[in-house]
Design a protein around this ligand. Structure first.
Ligand SMILES: NC(=O)c1ccc[n+]([C@@H]2O[C@H](COP(=O)([O-])OP(=O)(O)OC[C@H]3O[C@@H](n4cnc5c(N)ncnc54)[C@H](OP(=O)(O)O)[C@@H]3O)[C@@H](O)[C@H]2O)c1
Length: 211
């Protein structure tokens, strides 16, 4: 997870994840941070969220942690209200009557973002996947059960491009401790990357640690 973050230009989560989890969304490993800095990048990727309500706390870790650019996308009609609420904590970007993921990606590309990591939640994943905008899907399976039907799902109701007739391409299976990582190629832009340079991963190995 940390390596994937370190290789991204920006990380996106939905506003509900910002509210519920208060994630920091930074690269944890100092070595990976150094590697980014040596390449002239910010030590952690840009942070991106999407909201219509603007119900975001400017003191949340999303805004206060990490010396990097923070972008908040919202419908045009809500932009001035949300700018007032967030002050200088982030750049608020107004995008149409409703925010579509295609327009959001175009705007990010205009700002120089080439590789966006969408961390969740399900509402965001559903929109990117259903719109066929995803090049790579990384799924990690951990060896325990969540016996609660109210637990968040990976995706919500939608029509997805991948069906039993059009299957996604399994590109890699890797075990990481007791977790299995599966990487799927979802577009021709998927690029199987060489292994990352060795990094002392010990303090950052928890796959569930996404703070
Ligand atoms: N396991 C993991 O790795 C992981 C990662 C991330 C999140 N999660 C979990 O996912 C759960 C949250 O997922 P979720 O699906 O409920 O919420 P979410 O995807 O985090 O955020 C949904 C919110 O994003 C905003 N939004 C989404 N699409 C929008 C659009 N097109 N235009 C404007 N705003 C838009 C809305 O915010 P407003 O309500 O402000 O308008 C919406 O309520 C949390 O429990 C979190 O723990 C898990």
């Amino acid at each position: 997870m940390d390596e994937t973050r370190a290789r991204s230009d920006a990380i996106l989560v939905g506003a509900r994840t910002v509210r519920r989890d208060n994630p920091r969304l930074i690269v944890h490993s100092p070595e990976r941070q150094d590697r980014r800095a040596a390449s002239g990048l910010t030590r952690s990727p840009w942070k991106v969220t999407v909201t219509a309500t603007g119900d975001l706390d400017p003191h949340a870790a999303f805004f206060t942690e990490g010396d990097t650019t923070k972008l908040v996308y919202c419908p045009r009609s809500e932009a001035s209200r949300i700018r007032g609420r967030l002050g200088g904590a982030a750049t608020v970007v107004a995008l149409g009557d409703v925010v579509t993921m295609a327009e959001l990606l175009c705007d990010l590309a205009d700002r120089g973002v080439r590789r966006l990591m969408v961390e969740g939640g399900g509402t965001m994943l559903t929109q990117f996947l259903a719109a066929d905008l995803v090049d790579e899907l990384d799924l990690a399976v951990a060896p325990f059960f969540v016996g609660d039907r109210r637990a968040p799902r990976f995706v919500a109701d939608a029509v997805f491009p991948w069906t039993s007739e059009r299957r996604a391409t399994l590109a890699e299976v890797r075990s990481i401790g007791d977790v299995v990582l599966m990487r799927y190629a979802l577009s021709d832009r998927f690029a199987a990357e060489p292994d990352a340079p060795p990094v002392d991963d010990a303090p950052h190995a928890g796959a569930a640690d996404r703070s």
